[in-house]
Design a protein around this ligand. Structure first.
Ligand SMILES: Nc1ncnc2c1ncn2[C@@H]1O[C@H](COP(=O)(O)OP(=O)(O)OP(=O)(O)O)[C@@H](O)[C@H]1O
Length: 261
């Protein structure tokens, strides 16, 4: 089994604050992980380490067979697809949606002097089409709605045909229709056996697309539970993670949670 991501005792500290506390985690082969946890649990920090954009204070992070600290991250990053609010904020508002996708080939945001060939443009257009936003190719990123931006970001994350796909709260801020459409597109990715290993962060079990195979529950920088979704995503584990007594329902591949009465 090939491991796309392996965290071994990963700790991240900033000043006196421990953001991640000795995390052991690995994702391999056809795994599709959802990472859940309350605000401040360390989810984004974990994804930043997984993306090779943050180094552990201690412990070892091995990404696509390369150990962070011993690899040129600029060679590693094109092998990783990342969609996050941080990255989206760096896409210039004046850049077209097509360029926002195409520039992922060089793991940059903002078009400068790179030369892109027609193959790149063809692939970017196909990805915009796959996410239903091809008609927005020439629109500037700054004029897109939140939902349209989320789709463009995921298209961008897939541009380099990555071996590891990291999605940080892909459905955050979307209205119900937008969320459901996005979950539909994500479901296709999860079920496609050619898709890369996926690690997707979310706050809400309702946003877990069918096809997610594993969950990692994080709280206060530590792992509460991790493993196959069927046995790990339980009301008990969820309650321990969020610090609220929750009940959990499952219907037709989708989950819903609410406080116990
Ligand atoms: N540079 C920093 N210095 C000190 N604390 C930090 C720093 N960066 C993040 N933190 C803290 O670390 C914790 C984990 O942050 P992180 O963004 O990883 O959490 P999260 O689970 O993604 O939260 P959210 O769900 O609110 O996005 C938070 O309490 C945050 O305030």
């Amino acid at each position: 089994m090939t491991e796309a991501l392996s965290l071994d005792g990963v700790t991240v500290r900033r000043g006196t604050k421990t953001l991640l506390d000795s995390i052991d985690f690995s994702a391999s082969d056809a795994d599709r992980w959802a990472v859940l946890g309350p605000n401040g649990a360390g989810k984004t920090t974990l994804l930043q380490v997984a993306a090779g954009r943050m180094h552990p204070t201690s412990g070892t992070a091995t990404i696509l067979g390369e150990q962070l600290g011993k690899v040129d991250v600029f060679e590693l990053r094109p092998r990783i697809g990342l969609a996050s609010a941080n990255l989206a904020a760096r896409i210039p508002a004046s850049e077209t949606a097509l360029d926002a996708v195409v520039t992922a080939s060089y793991a940059v945001t903002g078009r400068w002097r790179e030369s892109y060939d027609t193959l790149d443009h063809g692939r970017a257009t196909d990805l915009l089409y796959a996410f239903g936003v091809e008609h927005l190719a020439e629109r500037t990123f700054g004029t897109l709605s939140d939902g349209e931006r989320k789709r463009v970001q995921i298209a961008r994350a897939l541009m380099t045909d990555p071996e590891l796909l990291l999605l940080d709260e892909p459905a955050a801020g979307l209205d119900l229709g937008g969320r459901e459409e996005l979950i539909g597109a994500l479901t296709e990715i999860m079920h496609d056996r050619h898709s890369p290993v996926v690690v997707m962060v979310t706050h809400h079990v309702e946003e877990i697309p069918p096809g997610i195979t594993h969950v990692l529950l994080l709280a206060d920088g530590g792992v509460v539970a991790a493993g196959p979704i069927g046995e790990t995503l339980t009301a008990e584990n969820l309650s321990a993670t969020f610090g609220v007594r929750l009940s959990l329902a499952y219907d037709d591949g989708r989950y819903a949670a609410r406080a116990q009465r």
